[in-house]
Design a protein around this ligand. Structure first.
Ligand SMILES: *Cc1c(COP(=O)(O)O)cnc(C)c1O
Length: 370
């Protein structure tokens, strides 16, 4: 009745497309938040088969789920609670993005406890203002890391940071700070193999900042990280299509109110079609009056109130039947609205649209999983 069709081959192709834009940098594929709503395990398995070098998630919990699913790639997790117990992560060989002395000491304890050297990526905040050691904390982080390496508890795999993508000038300033941060690390005797800074946006904008690894998220799913560019501009193929089948149609008289609040009234006698997708599925309630969907090759406005479970389309005198497919968004190359269109209608970004799709949608996968 409600389906999210996920094209795994598109995801594999998008990985190659993005990788080809680097000069041989390692590719960390970001599969956090259920692979941006695409389903973390099937997507991760596909990416492993397609040659991703690393997987990236926010939480340790997500990383452990990947390991439990039998994924052997290096996995990096970078967002931890203040009282995180890192034992299972270190035991499962999860690499940890760490931002302060407290976390380093906790991870060292875990390493000692499980009898395994913890692989860590030190995160420096070069100007995003989220996690990462601030410039003033950085020397202390380096000193602690150096000591814990000497004691045999940790290995520093990488130094990393994340751009704010505010403006080119701001990003270039962050790149400069990043360069000083790893110069400081070297001076402090902290050895590391990798540097990584850019996500999809930075990968496309700053070839000088690819270093040894890039972290690719949104572009894998075939969406553009920029509002001013479409995915097609970069040769990316949208991987998610959100569809549903009309559950009921009926003829109503002119002037009838439709859905809560009567935001829409039929202009004349008309056919209404009921679509079983609501805000419980992640379709934003404020798509009401702004978004369009595609049915039988034609676009229709969602002009009555999106409810929890459903919305209604006014088809006028167009022919439509229960069981006809409604595409809420998909690949615009197929003539349907894109995730970008829905995002623009809802005053948000494509990232939020695909990530929030869930509820009672069932995911089906196109292409071999691995
Ligand atoms: C989410 C995330 C990414 C991926 O960003 P995209 O813009 O989706 O490519 C990369 N790095 C970090 C630290 C992230 O949190």
């Amino acid at each position: 009745m409600r389906e999210l069709i996920i094209d795994l081959d598109a995801i594999a192709k998008n990985l190659q497309t993005m990788r080809a834009k680097t000069n041989g940098a390692l590719a960390l594929a970001v599969v956090k938040a259920d692979a941006y709503g695409h389903g973390m395990i099937p997507v991760a398995k596909k990416l492993e088969a397609a040659g991703a070098d690393y997987l990236g998630v926010a939480d340790v919990h997500e990383a452990l789920q990947l390991r439990e699913a039998g994924i052997d790639l290096p996995i990096l997790a970078w967002l931890h609670s203040a009282d995180e117990n890192f034992n299972s992560a270190v035991d499962a060989g999860i690499e940890l993005g760490l931002a302060n002395v407290e976390q380093l000491n906790r991870v060292a304890k875990a390493a000692q406890h499980v009898g395994r050297v913890a692989r860590v990526h030190l995160k420096v905040d070069t100007g995003l203002g989220r996690n990462g050691a601030s410039v003033s904390e950085w020397p202390e982080v380096l000193k602690t890391a150096h000591g814990l390496v000497a004691e045999g508890f940790i290995q520093v795999v990488a130094i990393f940071s994340h751009l704010s993508c505010t403006s080119e000038a701001d990003d270039l300033r962050q790149i400069e700070r990043f360069e000083s941060a790893f110069a400081e690390a070297k001076a402090a005797g902290v050895e590391f193999e990798l540097r990584h800074l850019t996500a999809s946006d930075g990968l496309l904008r700053y070839p000088q900042a690819h270093y040894e690894m890039v972290r690719i998220g949104i572009a894998l799913y075939g969406l553009s990280p920029f509002v001013e560019n479409t995915a097609a501009d970069f040769g990316l193929i949208p991987a998610m299509t959100a569809t549903a089948k009309i559950t009921q149609t009926k003829r109503v008289a002119g002037g009838e109110g439709v859905s809560y609040g009567y935001l829409h009234r039929t202009a004349a006698e008309s056919t209404l079609g009921l679509v079983p997708v609501g805000y419980a599925e992640g379709l934003p309630r404020n798509a009401t009056g702004k978004a369009t969907v595609s049915v039988n090759g034609k676009n229709y406005a969602i002009n009555s109130r999106v409810a929890m479970d459903q919305f209604v389309i006014d088809f006028g005198d167009d022919e439509v039947e229960a069981g006809d497919a409604v595409t809420i968004f998909g690949d615009p190359a197929a003539g349907v609205p894109s995730a970008d269109d829905l995002a623009a209608a809802c005053d948000t970004i494509n990232y939020e649209i695909v990530t929030r799709m869930g509820g009672r949608f069932k995911r089906t996968y196109l292409g071999e999983i691995a």
